[in-house]
Design a protein around this ligand. Structure first.
Ligand code: GDP
Ligand code: IMO
Ligand code: MG
Length: 432
C-alpha cells in the first residue's frame, strides 16, 4: 500500500496539479510543497468556489490537515502573508496554525524581483517570459551561498551585514547592467520587519516532522510545482524555471529519504499548453488551438498571460515518465477536447538531419529542431464534462485515453473532466 504520493506536472506546468492534490489530500496527514515559489498558480474548485494557491500547499482547504513548505521552496514573505490573509478572509480555518515552514527555506526579497524584471526587460525579444516573481535570482543566491534563509530572520546581528552586502551586489547589476532603479536597504528591511514576527511561529523542523509522521504510518502528499519540461536540468533549457521540478526533487526539497516516496502521480493535460517563451513542437496556431484556449480558459492563474496550446505530445510524455518514474498518470481537462473532429497525438519527431526519435530531447535548441510525427484519431461530439465514471465517456474518448496509455507506456489512474473536485473519474487510487 502506498503511504506517500508525489504529484508532479508532466508537461510545461498548469496541468491541474492543484485540483488533484486537493482531491487526494482528504485522507492524508499533510501536504508538502518541495520546490518553486509563488510562480506557481494552483487552482482548486470546491462546490463551485474557486481558490488559487501560489505558495501554500493545495491541502489547506481540508481543515484537519497540516501543510508544509520544505527547504527547496523559495518564499516571498509578502506573497505568503498575502495568501494567508486571502484564505483567512475566505473563512479557511487556522491557516497560520497549520502551516509549517522549514528554517532553511530561502527568502525572496525585493532585490530578487527587481533583478528578475530588469533582466527580462533587457533581454527584449529573447526574454524567457518569467513570472517576474524573483524566482531565478533567489535560487541563484541559494547556490551562491548568500541567501537569506528563514532562520536568518531572527539573528539580527548577522542579518544586517548580509542584507547590506546583497543590496550592494544587486544594485551593481541593476544600475550598471540594466540601467534600472537601485533597491533601497530600508525597503528590504521594511519587508522583513513587517512579516518576520508572523513567520516565526510557523518555522518548524519540517524534515523531522515528516519523518515522524511517516514512522507513525501517516500518509503524506508531496505537491510539485511547474512541470517536468520546465525542470532546470531536463527541460527546454534555458526556457525553464530555476528549480528541479521532478519527483526526485521531493526528497531533497522536503528533506525526506527517497524510500519514502512510494508512488509518483504524473499530472497530464489531455492536450499541451505552455506559458512564456521557448520551443513547443505541437503548438497550434489555428482555430483548433484557439478553441482549446477558449474552452480550457487557458490564461495563467498567476500572471493572466495567455497560454499557448497544442496537441498531446506523447514523445514528451515518454521523457517525463522516464525521468520521474511515473507510477500512474492523471489525465486532466479531457472535457476541453469535446467536439473536435479529428485529434492528433504526437508519437515522435523528425529531426533536422532527417532521422527520427520517439522521445523529447533535452534543451531548447534540440527541441526547436523537432518536427512532430502525428497519429490521427477520431474525436467525439458528446460532452464528457463532469463525468465521474469511465463507462460514461464516449467510445472515442475512451479510445483516445487507451491510445495515450499505449504510446506513453504508463497506466492512467485518474481522469479529470471538470475543474471541480467532484468532476473526477477514479480508475486506480494512488494510495491504494
Ligand atoms: P496547476 O498549476 O497544475 O495546479 O494548474 P492551474 O490551476 O494553473 O491550471 C489548471 C486550470 O484548469 C485551472 O483553471 C483549473 O481549475 C482547471 N481544471 C483542472 N482540471 C480541469 C478539468 O478536468 N477540466 C476543466 N475544464 N478544467 C480543469
Ligand atoms: P504551476 O505550478 C506554468 C514558467 C514561466 C516561464 C518559466 C520561468 O502553476 O504549473 P520563473 O518565473 O519560474 O523563473 O519563469 O517558467 N512557469 C510556469 N509555467 N506553470 C507554472 O507553475 C510556472 N511557473 C513558472 O512562465 O516560462
Ligand atoms: Mg498553474
Amino acid at each position: 500500500m502506498a503511504k506517500n504520493v508525489v504529484v508532479i506536472g508532466a508537461q510545461w506546468g498548469d496541468e491541474g496539479k492543484g485540483k488533484i492534490v486537493d482531491w487526494l489530500a482528504e485522507e492524508t496527514a499533510g501536504v508538502v510543497r518541495f520546490q518553486g515559489g509563488h510562480n506557481a498558480g494552483h487552482t482548486l474548485v470546491v462546490g463551485g468556489k474557486k481558490t488559487v494557491l501560489r505558495l501554500i500547499p493545495s491541502g489547506i482547504l481540508h481543515e484537519k490537515l497540516d501543510c508544509f513548505i520544505g527547504s527547496g521552496v523559495v518564499v516571498s514573505p509578502e506573497a505568503l502573508m498575502g495568501e494567508i490573509d486571502e484564505l483567512n478572509a475566505a473563512g479557511v480555518k487556522k491557516v497560520e496554525g497549520r502551516l509549517k515552514i522549514a528554517p532553511t527555506a530561502t527568502l525572496i526579497l525585493p532585490y530578487h524581483i527587481a533583478l528578475d524584471q530588469a533582466r527580462e526587460a533587457s533581454r527584449g525579444s529573447g526574454k524567457i517570459g518569467t513570472t517576474g516573481r524573483g524566482i531565478g535570482p533567489a535560487y541563484e543566491d541559494k547556490v551562491a551561498r548568500r541567501a537569506v534563509r528563514m532562520v536568518d530572520l531572527f539573528d539580527t546581528e548577522k542579518l544586517l551585514p548580509k542584507l547590506q552586502a546583497n543590496v550592494e551586489y544587486y544594485n551593481v547589476q541593476l544600475q550598471y547592467l540594466h540601467q534600472a532603479e537601485p533597491v533601497k536597504l530600508e525597503d528590504v528591511l521594511a519587508v522583513i520587519e513587517k512579516y518576520a514576527g508572523r513567520i516565526k511561529p510557523m518555522i518548524t523542523d519540517v524534515s523531522r516532522t515528516l519523518y515522524e509522521k511517516n514512522q507513525k504510518g501517516e500518509k503524506l502528499l508531496f505537491e510539485g510545482a511547474q512541470g517536468t519540461l520546465l525542470d532546470i536540468d531536463y527541460g527546454t533549457y534555458p526556457f525553464v524555471t530555476s528549480s528541479n521540478c521532478l519527483a526526485g526533487a521531493a526528497s531533497a526539497g522536503a528533506g525526506v529519504p527517497p524510500q519514502m516516496l512510494d508512488y509518483v502521480l504524473g499530472i497530464v493535460k489531455a492536450y499541451t499548453t505552455r506559458v512564456g517563451s521557448g520551443p513547443f513542437p505541437t503548438e497550434l496556431f489555428d482555430d483548433i488551438g484557439a478553441g482549446l484556449a477558449e474552452r480550457g480558459h487557458e490564461f495563467g492563474s498567476v500572471t493572466g498571460r495567455a497560454r499557448r496550446c497544442g496537441w498531446f505530445d506523447a514523445a514528451a510524455l515518454k521523457r517525463s515518465i522516464q525521468v520521474n518514474g511515473i507510477t500512474g498518470m492523471c489525465i486532466t481537462k479531457l472535457d476541453v477536447m469535446d467536439g473536435i473532429d479529428e485529434i492528433k497525438i504526437c508519437v515522435g519527431y523528425t529531426l533536422a538531419d532527417g532521422s527520427t526519435t520517439d522521445i523529447l530531447p533535452f534543451g531548447a535548441d534540440a527541441v526547436a529542431g523537432c518536427t512532430p510525427v502525428y497519429e490521427t484519431l477520431p474525436g467525439w461530439k458528446e460532452s464528457t464534462f463532469g463525468a465521474t465514471e469511465f463507462s460514461q465517456l464516449p467510445a472515442n474518448a475512451q479510445a483516445y485515453l487507451k491510445r495515450i496509455e499505449e504510446v506513453c507506456g504508463a497506466p492512467i489512474a485518474i481522469v479529470s473532466t471538470g475543474p471541480d473536485r467532484a468532476e473526477t473519474i477514479l480508475l486506480q487510487h494512488p494510495f491504494a
